[in-house]
Write a protein that binds this ligand. Structure first.
Ligand SMILES: [Zn+2]
Length: 431
């Protein structure tokens, strides 16, 4: 399918020469540090005795923030503006119970709209296009964030929200929808339903997927099954929501919206910066956020950065596919296993689908066991199911350096998640 040349939404920021971009970042970093000292008691305390940055290199001397800091300051302890200046509040569900609150001024919402408009444009959407927003509307930042981006870009938003697959399919069949925003697992649910029912979306060409971990292999599945170009979007409530970074159609990493967000990569153990091209933990600083600015937030997401110029014309730094989260890493009999590595190894087999689940158990007085259940593709060509399962087991064990068991499941066996994030890992070890 021929790709359109997607326009860059804000070339005045997205194609800035690096020295000009870095000068802008430094100016904004200085004013951020001043603002945090002036306007927030928690940051004032944390920045006590810390010298004002004199160059971008001084960033590494500023203190980190963590998820725990946000939880401790729940709900509005990290505000840097008076409450009556707020225009919206989002929240993400916390796995430990306390949600993370994201508060926005009108200016913050304008920035959110801008970075989402840039992201949609980078993912192939043009003004005038119809976009089905299949991320959840509500406290979650995905739905309303993408909606604001559509309005800023001049596209037409269809606020489908998440779930109700029958209605999503009908909209995609009846309306000339060009783009869809969805979690990758839900994009695959839709793609499979269309294929199984021998139906087709009317005009769909682009899928912008994010809000959960996925891999290039899952992208290939979505693109093949759906007949679309799928790009990767990244963001988090703590920073602003989706739109912090987004792939262009070159699909060689996600462009960080660097005039608003400073991205560093650090060694997750030492916290020291690592060189470009080296994997480490992504650390983000909000340069323009008013309501809840964040200094050096440890995202726990593992990636690598490049500042080489992209052939799309954007000059902003790019970050690679995440190889997992520091927190998602399973330790099985002393070996580190990332669920994304399991997905990567499974999808090297054409006979398998991206529908899988990882079950880890600890038998009484025994060693931890890892079971990978995976659906084979409808009409998969293997003669002997057991022999094929043994072959997959062998390949996974080799790739992950841990012994495990693989069980092949009939197509359609694993429950599809229609709303929220796909659950892949069932760690049943009691701590
Ligand atoms: Zn690019």
């Amino acid at each position: 399918m021929a790709q359109r040349t997607a326009a860059i939404f804000q070339p005045e920021f997205e194609t800035l020469e690096r020295h000009a971009l870095e000068a802008l970042q430094f100016e904004r970093l200085q004013s951020l540090v001043e603002r945090l000292r002036d306007a927030n008691a928690i940051y004032r305390e944390r920045l006590r005795g810390v010298a004002a940055p004199r160059s971008l290199d001084d960033l590494a001397r500023l203190p980190f923030s963590t998820k725990a800091d946000m939880r401790d300051a729940y709900p509005l302890g990290l505000l840097a503006v008076p409450e009556r200046e707020l225009a919206r509040i989002h929240a993400s569900s916390g796995t430990t119970g306390t949600p993370t609150v994201g508060a926005y001024t009108r200016h913050d919402l304008a920035v959110f709209g801008e970075v989402m408009a840039r992201s949609l444009a980078a993912g192939g959407i043009a003004p005038g296009d119809m976009v089905q927003v299949a991320w959840g509307y509500g406290l979650f930042t995905g739905g309303l964030g993408a909606h604001g981006g559509c309005e800023k870009l001049g596209a037409c938003a269809i606020p489908a929200s998440s779930g109700n697959t029958a209605r999503q399919m009908q909209l995609l069949e009846d309306l000339p929808v060009i783009g869809i925003g969805a979690t990758p697992s839900y994009a695959l649910v839709l793609a499979e339903r269309f294929r199984n029912e021998r139906r087709r979306p009317r005009s769909l060409r682009y899928a912008i997927c994010g809000a959960e971990a996925w891999t290039p292999e899952l992208r290939a599945s979505i693109e093949d099954t759906f007949g679309v170009v799928a790009t990767n979007i990244y963001g988090l409530t703590e920073i602003i929501g989706p739109g912090v970074a987004q792939e262009c159609l070159e699909k060689r990493g996600m462009h960080v919206q660097e005039d608003h967000f400073l991205a560093e990569i650090v060694d997750p153990d030492t916290g020291l910066p690592v060189p470009d091209g080296t994997r480490g933990e992504l650390v983000l600083t909000t340069l323009t956020r008013e309501a809840m600015p964040v200094l050096r937030y440890r995202t726990r997401d593992l990636t690598a950065r490049t500042r080489e110029r992209c052939s799309c014309g954007r000059t902003t730094a790019r970050i690679d596919w995440f190889t997992g989260r520091v927190d998602d890493m399973l330790v099985i009999r002393g070996v580190n296993v990332f669920p994304s590595a399991v997905e990567h190894a499974l999808l090297a087999f054409a006979e398998l689908t991206p529908n899988y689940r990882i079950v880890v158990e600890r038998p009484p007085n025994g060693l931890d066991t890892m079971l990978v259940e995976v659906e084979y593709a409808p009409g998969a060509a293997f003669d002997d199911r057991e022999r094929f399962a043994a072959q997959v087991t062998h390949r996974l064990a080799e790739a992950l350096l841990v012994s495990l068991e693989v069980q092949l499941l009939e197509p359609g066996t694993i429950e599809r998640i229609e709303a929220g994030k796909a659950k892949r890992v069932y760690d049943r070890r009691t701590l």
